[in-house]
Design a protein around this ligand. Structure first.
Ligand code: UD1
Ligand code: UDP
Length: 378
C-alpha cells in the first residue's frame, strides 16, 4: 500500500475559495489516497476569511499578501515568492487552483518552476479579447498553457481547449465546482435579526440585487452602471435595489458617490456566502458583472442582466437565463425596465435549468487525479 499523496489546493480570493472548497472536501474524503493541504495566498482578506469560515477550512499556509490598492505585479510577485518558499519544503504531487485570478496564474507558474503537475479547475473559459475581462482572460490562458490536467466545466469550455490544441486526453468534463458549493449549502436555513439584511429579506418590495467589481469596468463604465441603477430606483417605487459592495475601495467610492443618498438603494457590505445566496433566491432580477453570480443565478431561476461587453459564460445566455447588456446607462435602464414591467418576458427568462454543473464536479476531479497519479483505474 502506497502512502497518501500530497495535493496542494491554492486559492486567494472569494470566488476561488468558494469553488475550491468542494475540491478540498472531496480530497479529504479519501484520506488513504490523498493528503490534501490548503494554501491561501490571502489576495483577499475579509472576503476570503468569510468563505473559510462558511466551509470550515483551516489553511495549512496563509501567505497573507493583501495590500490595499495592490497592483497586479504586487500580487503576482508576492504569490510567487511565498509559494516558492513553501514548495521548496513540501513534497507535492499535484497543485490545484481554479479559474482566472492572479493567484491562480501565479500558482500555476510557481508549480511549473518546481516541475509539479498543475491541475486547472474551471479550465477553458474564453472571450476573444485578452483585455476583457482584464486581467482574467490572460490569467486563465496562461494557466492553461502550464496545466497538466484541464478540468473543463462545460462542453463549450472543452471545445475552447481543443481549439488551442490541448490534447483531448488531458481534458476532463467535470461541471463547475461552484455548483457543488451551491448544492452543499442549498438546504442551509438562514435568517437574521441584523440590519440591513433582516429588512431586505423580509421586505415586500421586489428585490433587484446588484454586484459590480471588474477592473475593466472601473471608471466610466462603473459610473454608467451606477447612474442606471439611480434611474431605475427613481422609476420603480415598488422595488428595492441592493448593491452588495465589493471591498475594493475603487468600486466602493464610485458606488457611494452616485448611489449613497438614493432612496430605495441599499449599499451593503458583502454578505457571507450563505446570506448572499438567500438574497439571490429572493431576487426578482439580478444585475451583475460577476462570473460566479452568472453561474449561480440560473439555479434560482432569477433573470440576470450581465453588465459587461463580453462573457466567457455563454451557456446561461444560450439557455435564455441571462442577457449580455453591456455598460451603457440607457441600455441597462431599458433592458431592466422591460423585465420589471413585462411579466411574460420575465417569466421566459426564469424557466431554464442550470447549464453549469450538477453538483458532482469535485468528486470527478478527485477521481481523475486518483486515476492519473496512481494509474490505478479508479
Ligand atoms: C479579484 C480578482 C478578480 C475576481 C475578484 C473576485 C485578480 C487580478 N482579480 O479582484 O478576478 O473577480 O477578485 O472578487 O485576481 N480588498 C479588501 N478586502 C478583501 C478583498 C479586497 O480590502 O477581502 C480590497 C484591497 O484594497 C485590495 C483591493 O480590494 O487591494 C483589490 O483586490 P484584488 O484582489 O486586487 O482585486 P479584486 O478587484 O478583488
Ligand atoms: N458572493 C458572496 N457575497 C457577495 C457577493 C458574491 O458570497 O457579496 C459570492 C457569490 O455567490 C459567488 C462569488 O461570491 O459565489 C462570486 O464572487 P465575485 O463576484 O467576487 O467574483 P467573480 O465570480 O466575478 O470572479
Amino acid at each position: 500500500m502506497t502512502s497518501p499523496l500530497n495535493v496542494l489546493c491554492v486559492f486567494g480570493t472569494r470566488p476561488d475559495a468558494i469553488k475550491m472548497a468542494p475540491v478540498v472536501k472531496a480530497f479529504k474524503q479519501s484520506p488513504d489516497i490523498f493528503h490534501p493541504k490548503v494554501l491561501v495566498t490571502g489576495q483577499h482578506r475579509e472576503q476570503l476569511d468569510q468563505v473559510l469560515h462558511v466551509f470550515n477550512i483551516v489553511p495549512d499556509y496563509d501567505l497573507g499578501i493583501m495590500q490595499h490598492g495592490q497592483t497586479l505585479t504586487q500580487i503576482t510577485t508576492r504569490v510567487l515568492d511565498g509559494l516558492e518558499k513553501v514548495l521548496s519544503n513540501e513534497r507535492v504531487s499535484a497543485l490545484l487552483a481554479q479559474g482566472d485570478t492572479t493567484t491562480t496564474f501565479a500558482a500555476a507558474l510557481a508549480a511549473f518552476y518546481r516541475k509539479i503537475p498543475f491541475g486547472h479547475v474551471e479550465a477553458g473559459l474564453r472571450t476573444d479579447n485578452v483585455y476583457n475581462p482584464f486581467p482574467e482572460e490572460m490569467n486563465r490562458r496562461l494557466a492553461g498553457v502550464i496545466a497538466t490536467f484541464h478540468f473543463a466545466p462545460t462542453e463549450q469550455a472543452r471545445d475552447n481547449l481543443l481549439r488551442e490544441n490541448i490534447p483531448d486526453s488531458r481534458i476532463w468534463l467535470t461541471g463547475n465546482t461552484g455548483i457543488d458549493a451551491l448544492h452543499s449549502i442549498a438546504s442551509s436555513e438562514f435568517d437574521t435579526d441584523e440590519e440591513p439584511l433582516h429588512s431586505i429579506l423580509h421586505s415586500r418590495s421586489r428585490l433587484v440585487l446588484i454586484t459590480a467589481h471588474r477592473r475593466e469596468n472601473w471608471g466610466e463604465p462603473l459610473e454608467s452602471i451606477c447612474n442606471a441603477i439611480a434611474d431605475l430606483a427613481r422609476d420603480f417605487s415598488d422595488c428595492i435595489f441592493v448593491y452588495a459592495m465589493h471591498k475594493n475601495p475603487v468600486v466602493r467610492k464610485t458606488a457611494q458617490t452616485i448611489l449613497g443618498d438614493m432612496e430605495r438603494v441599499s449599499l451593503i457590505e458583502p454578505p457571507e456566502y450563505v446570506p448572499f445566496v438567500k438574497l439571490m433566491q429572493r431576487s426578482y432580477l439580478i444585475l451583475t458583472d460577476s462570473g460566479g453570480v452568472q453561474e449561480e443565478a440560473p439555479s434560482f431561476k432569477v433573470p440576470t442582466l450581465v453588465l459587461r461587453t463580453t462573457t466567457e459564460r455563454p451557456e446561461g445566455i444560450d439557455a435564455g437565463a441571462a442577457k449580455l447588456v453591456g455598460v451603457n446607462r440607457e441600455r441597462i435602464v431599458s433592458e431592466a425596465s422591460i423585465l420589471l414591467t413585462d411579466m411574460s418576458k420575465h417569466n421566459r427568462m426564469s424557466c431554464s435549468a442550470n447549464p453549469y454543473g450538477d453538483g458532482k464536479a469535485a468528486e470527478r476531479i478527485r477521481s481523475v487525479l486518483q486515476r492519473e497519479l496512481f494509474n490505478d483505474g479508479a
